[in-house]
Each structure stands twice: as C-alpha cells, then as structure tokens.
Design a protein around this ligand. Sequence first.
Ligand code: ZN
Length: 413
Amino acid sequence: MKLPLQAFVIGLFAAMAGAADLSISTDFPGGSAEVLRLDSAAGRIEIAPAHHKGRGWPCWWYFRVDGAQPGQRLTLQVSASTKPFRAEQRLAAAWALPERAAISGDDIVWSHTAPGVITKDARTYEIDAPAARFWIAWGPPFLPSHAEELLAAVAGKVPSAERFVLAKTREGRDVNGLRIGRADAPHAVWVQARQHAWEAGSSWVGRGFLEWIASDDAAAVTLREQTEMFFIPIMDVDNVSIGAGGKEAVPRDHNRDWADVPVYPEVAAAQARLRALAEAGRLRVFFDLHNPGPGDKRPFFYGGFGYETAPASQRHPYERFLALAVETMRGPLAIHPAYRFATYVQTDEERERMSANWVRRRIGENGVALTLETAWNTPHSTTEGYRQVGRELAQTIARYLRELPVPKGATKP
Ligand SMILES: [Zn+2]
C-alpha cells in the first residue's frame, strides 16, 4: 500500500517542478501593483497600478515576478485604476497603459516589450520571461538609488562638481543635487526633474544632461569654465520612493506649489537658491523636466503664457533658444519646432504657481525659463532615447550661452 502513495508524491513534486508558482512583489523602492489575478498554470498576470490615497495619479506600475521559467511566454494584462485619486476624480486609462512596457532581467538594463493590445480600460502584453526572476514596469524606473549612483560618479570624476542636499522632504528623505562648473561664474543654469513622480523618463533626460555637461567634450569643458550649473535629478523624492504618481497630490501638485508659502520643503529650498541667483544677475537658464500625455509623440517646450503678444525684447531670448534647439535636438526624439502652452491650467493664480512661470518672472535679461516635456509613448522612449534628449538639451544650452554678452562687472576666464 505504501508504494503507490510514494509514487504519487514523487509525481506531484515532478509536476510542481515543471510549473512553479509565479509570485509578484512590490516591496522595494518605487514598487507599485495591485494584483487582480495571478494564474500560474495559464501564465497569466493581471494587475492595476497601486492606489495611494492623496498621493497623485495612479498611473505608475513596477513589480518583480518570481518563479517563471526563462523564456516562458506570459500574458500581462494591466488595467487602469478604478479608484479616485482626488475627491471623485478618476484618471483616464491611457496614462497607465504605455504601448510598450519596460522589462528587465536584472533590474538594471531595461528594454521594451512588444506593443500590447489595447482594450477599453486595459492593455495586454505578451512577454517572454527573460529569467526566472524579472522586473516589469510602466517605463524604465529612475529611483533615488539611480540618482545616488549618478551624482556620486560625476562628483568623483569632475573636480568642479560638488554634491549638496537641497532639502529634507516632508517625510524626512534627502533631496540631492549637484553643483558643477565655475563657482560665481557670470552665467548660472538650473535643471530639475521629477516634480511629478510617475514621469520617470524626465529623470533619464536629466541623467543625459548631466552626463554631457560632465563629459570631456570640448564644448562641455568650456561650458564648465564659464558657467555654474545646478542639477536636481528627483524633486518629489517621497512619491518616487513609495511608487506613487505624485501629480495632483493632496494638498497640492508639486508643480503648483511655487507659491509664497510652499507645502514642499524642496520647493522652498529651490526658490531660495533660484532667487539668490536671479538677484545676483546670474541666472540665465532654468529647465523643469517632465513627460507629457500619452498621445504626444515628440518632445516639446511649454513656453510662457502671453508669449505671442509679448514685446519683441521679451520674446527674443526664447526665439533664439528655440531656433538653437531645433538645430540641435534632432533625436530620434526631435524637438517640436514651436512652443506649446499649458492652457489646461485655467486660472492665472494657478499658472503663477508653476515653477517655470515663477522663475520666468524673476529671471533677468537674456534668461530663459522653460519646461521640457519628453514623449514617453514611442519606440524611442528608452533609457538611451531619453539620455539623447538630455545630451542635446545640454548642447543647446551651451550654444545659447556662448552667444550671450558677458554681463557688466563679470570677466570671461
Ligand atoms: Zn509633469
């Protein structure tokens, strides 16, 4: 009587070894998924982005799969979150459903999946597991650990680079930045990314920007000799860390917080530094890096409201910057050749609380303050595609500054 039972048990183990159970984890920085259904036998995973009450749009998702067989064909269905992110507001499905998802066998190198198939409020991706354990996400993640690695590498390589802590967030996390170039140079540049936590691509653009300005390219070396630059790879560290979307968070969207009394300490700290640079007559370029809507297929700049009717003297620096950008930012993610305007922000009071507008009112002669929106829903919206946009932004800034007269009282080295 014992033999058949032993045979049964051995057979059961053999069957289990052939089709191990899949499991899903999100217990790491930036992790986000609500598991709706997990069917190991069918190789089917169904998730929605995790919902963090009051922490902004529920569009970001990023999770680890364990227990796959390398090469196993799996089906991933991502549904939009049905929960309201603020009062009764629900997010349109398209924000959470990129045409291609990002997939990685090591959580370091990310590639695109094949395009998924869209249905009403979901998208279904057929994926081949790159390893028994792998990661899959809305887009290539850029976390505080990525920022740390980047800033440490540049600070270790470039003598004029120096790290600083911009602020401690409301939840006590460091917002890290890097200062690079000639201290007290006649021109200063400020570039920041990720006021909206889900817009991970904007930090990859920021990485490309920093890599170029820290490089041995002769134009970058000259730029560092004549310019002081400040770079913040992640502003909303709190929401990035917990995997929340951030945009339209309660009590205030991070990029509507540029008020007299900001909610977020990192906004107040950025304002103080930018105000000092502007008052010293040194601030020339300010960029806030974002990602736009799912239908935008190329990067573009948001310009200032009233641009089209502004006097020529005010328009001139922006016209010149755009002309140089069109020549320089050639892609594959090539810049859109005209300014766009964030007309979806409806009141003047709210418009004035956006970072680029706040800076635009203070930046001096020949200064430009702009938002760069880099398309995320294209085949080129990869870590390399984003970095290329950042490099080309840096090259545009270098060309723009080279044309400027040196301010009175300052000397070129
Ligand atoms: Zn944004």
